[in-house]
Design a protein around this ligand. Structure first.
Ligand code: CU
Length: 726
């Protein structure tokens, strides 16, 4: 967290007012001399199944060449990658042949609706130095230094299933932890036990419903307390379901967008140290030359480059010792696309390309702009999908409504010269903010300064920039150029209209239609009475009752102890149709917040009558002057009142605005976090944001802030969906 109070105040206002409008931070110089961007290696399902082995393992990062100070040596820092291969007949290692890959940038798993994803997950990660980790002394976390791992299929609407006698596989269940036996044997914990402990390997079987939306998803490890460390070392990859053409069409809404003109861009970021001594929570520790700092520090680089400094795929470590921080001089913070440092993206198709952008960042939020190298102005692109669901909005949606529904994560600009096709509003943007876990898909083709599609002038190019971003009173993320884009488009266009058309059976509207995943009977759900013992039924009936009509669940985002800045936590209460708090509903107690306990279920609900999805309304209340984003597993959500207009699986909550008369107290004495009591009295202004959340999958899962420093710190809670009693 930033200790600079002035920056904090300015940036807070900037975020509130912005709706994605951030000042352009700098103009870059320099020329591209890098390799062309390569799409991630693909493992595609065949005959309805993708059956692979995925090994989390250390490996030098080929795409990052680190030269330490006072040296000409080139070091490829060792990160952690997923080695992936078709599942071998036996054993826990991949054969060394052409079908085994282990890219730091990650692979893409290409699935179709109705497919089954089978993964044999193997943990070969190294043991860690507990003195360089956070949370190892938190309750229940004594095993973290053994580097347990697991897998979450982010955004997939599938059951959070546990094994049964007849089926030993797990579904998308984040409470199981896989330990590498070479690191030692974990000690079962008396409290805060994560869940089942398995040694070396676990089998996942994830059935993708036949009516699952086509879209862009991703996978990553999800062990509480160490998720940040594992992501910034490199562990993540892309999942696609279906094709872009399922929901995106060219002229006259007829021709599906061709797969040949689609790119996948996985953005990652990793900090590399130049040796010396670095301060951790435990105190100063020696670090190696080329060592990855997986307990990431947002202050590693200056937010903006010095005069004349060019940042192509990295920024230089800075000396923070004057501000009681670390000296990162000689180190570098790499920001890569598909594991490549500042690649070139040649666009040759006359109709341009669809870019599907995902982020494997840990805590960092990207502020992306495609800046024309000649005009230095951000170029217009057409937005197609958010978080794996295509953007299908009525023609009369205003830009302001669009910005609000998406939590201010885009700067919306006019789409020039478009004709009305179908009922879908084309949405154009020229700036995209992606908080951790977000996905954004858009159409890139050459446009002039007014945003009009035109033939590119000779040599036209642009730079994909991370513009730098400050998260309210929280972290500041640095500006770095990510890629060079060359507009080598020539020849006649196939799609001659000025827009591509979004819409289809699996877009936002389709999910709530008959046969849609949020309307159909839940697969595998049976009446509770038929499958449970009397004791289980009673226990379930006591804890898992439907939310009464008109009631809402309210979630607070703040600290469990407002005087201690690492106690990220959530609060819970139920409110009735008059907005009154339901007595006895508050967890962990009146006006209190609690850090995540994996053994504690905060929300439990049954499916609707006949085992159908049930939609609840949740109110999210931000108590912090630092941004958070809300994410919930096994479903997605839309702002209440938007008729499902923008369906997303992460939402930027903005920041709370403390009353001026107490702002110094909140900002200085309480680490920028209001108490629930201050919020109730109106001394901390933060209107609740309400979302409709359909629950269409069974099991135990989580909701949390996806800034992984915050999730690991405790800003997460457990939710359980059980079958209906009838
Ligand atoms: Cu957060």
């Amino acid at each position: 967290m930033s200790s600079n109070h002035i920056l904090r105040e300015i940036s807070m206002r900037r975020w509130i007012a912005a709706a994605g409008l951030f000042a352009s931070l700098y103009v870059s110089g320099g020329t591209a001399a890098a390799d062309n961007l390569v799409d991630p290696p693909v493992f595609a399902s065949q005959n309805g199944v993708l059956d692979i082995m995925m090994i989390a393992t250390p490996q030098p990062i080929a795409g990052i060449s680190f030269t330490p100070p006072n040296s000409h040596a080139i070091i490829h820092p060792t990160g952690w990658v997923y080695q992936v291969c078709p599942r071998p007949a036996s054993g826990l290692s991949c054969p060394s042949n052409s079908r085994t890959v282990a890219p730091y940038g990650g692979v893409r798993l290409a699935m179709q609706p109705g497919d089954t994803l089978k993964i044999r997950y193997v943990n070969r990660l190294p043991k860690l130095d507990p003195l360089k980790l956070r949370h190892v002394t938190d309750p229940g976390e004594a095993n973290l230094f053994l580097n347990p791992s697991n897998l979450h299929t982010h955004g997939l609407i599938t059951p959070a299933r546990t094994p049964t006698v007849s089926d030993p596989t797990f579904g998308d269940f984040v409470f199981v932890t896989v330990f590498n036996s070479a690191n030692g044997i974990p000690t079962p914990q008396a409290t805060h036990q994560h869940g089942p402990i398995v040694m070396d390997t676990v089998d996942y079987k994830i059935a993708i419903p036949p009516n699952h939306p086509s879209g862009l998803f991703w996978f990553h490890p999800h062990v509480h307390g160490i998720a940040l460390n594992q992501l910034v070392e490199g562990l993540s990859g892309i999942i696609t379901i279906g094709r872009v053409g399922d929901n995106v069409r060219g002229d006259a809404a007829v021709t599906p967008w061709p797969d040949t003109h689609v790119r996948h861009l996985m953005l990652k970021e990793t900090q590399v140290l130049a040796g010396g001594t670095i301060g951790f929570d435990s105190g100063p520790q020696p670090v190696a030359n080329g060592e990855v700092l997986n307990q990431e520090d947002p202050d590693f680089c200056a937010q903006t480059p010095a005069n004349g400094e060019t940042r192509q795929g990295s920024c230089p470590g800075q000396d923070n010792t004057a501000d009681e921080g670390n000296n990162y001089t000689g180190g570098k913070w790499y920001m890569t696309v598909n594991g490549q440092q500042f690649p070139t993206v040649p666009i040759t198709a006359p109709d341009g390309e669809v870019w599907r952008v995902a982020t494997g960042a840990g805590s960092l939020s990207w502020d992306l702009k495609l800046v024309d190298d000649e005009t230095h102005r951000p170029m217009t692109v057409q937005l197609l999908a958010i978080d794996g669901v295509s953007v299908h909005l009525p023609q009369d949606t205003t830009p302001g409504a669009m910005v609000e529904m998406a939590g201010g994560r885009f700067k919306v600009v006019p789409c020039p010269d478009v004709s009305v096709v179908g009922s879908t509003l084309p949405v154009c943007v020229n700036e995209i903010v992606m908080m951790p876990s977000a996905r954004t898909e858009f159409w890139v083709t050459y446009r002039d300064a007014a945003g009009r599609i035109t033939a590119p002038r000779h040599g036209a190019s642009a730079t994909l920039k991370m513009a730098g971003l400050t998260m309210g009173s929280g972290d500041s993320w640095p500006a770095v150029d990510l890629a060079k884009v060359l507009f080598n488009q020539s020849g006649g266009r196939e799609f001659t209209s000025r827009q591509v058309v979004v819409g289809g059976s699996t877009d936002a509207a389709g999910l709530h239609q008959p046969n849609g995943i949020f309307r159909e009977q839940v697969a595998g759900a049976h009446a509770a009475a038929a499958t449970m013992s009397a004791a289980e039924t009673n226990a379930t009936a006591g804890a898992c009752v439907p939310l009464p009509k008109g009631h809402r669940r309210r979630i607070f985002f703040g600290f469990s102890d407002v005087t201690v800045n690492n106690t990220f936590a959530l609060g819970y209460e139920e409110v009735d149709q008059h907005g009154r708090v339901v007595p006895g509903s508050q967890k962990p107690g009146p006006d209190r917040l609690e850090q995540f306990d994996p053994a504690h279920t905060t929300v439990c609900l049954p499916l609707g009558p006949g085992q159908t999805p049930v939609t609840e309304t949740w109110e999210l209340v931000q108590l912090s002057t630092e941004n958070h984003n809300f994410h919930i597993h096994q479903t997605r959500f839309a702002m209440t009142g938007s008729n499902g207009g923008v369906l997303q699986d992460n939402f930027p909550l903005g920041v709370a605005a403390p009353d001026h008369s107490i702002s110094d107290q909140v900002a200085n004495d309480q680490n920028g976090v209001c108490t629930v009591a201050q919020w109730r009295s109106g001394h901390c202004v933060s209107p609740p944001k309400a979302f409709d959340i359909p629950f269409a999958e069974l099991g135990e899962f989580v909701y949390h802030c996806h800034i992984l420093e915050h999730e690991d710190g405790g800003m997460m809670a457990r939710v359980k969906v059980v079958p209906a009693a009838f």
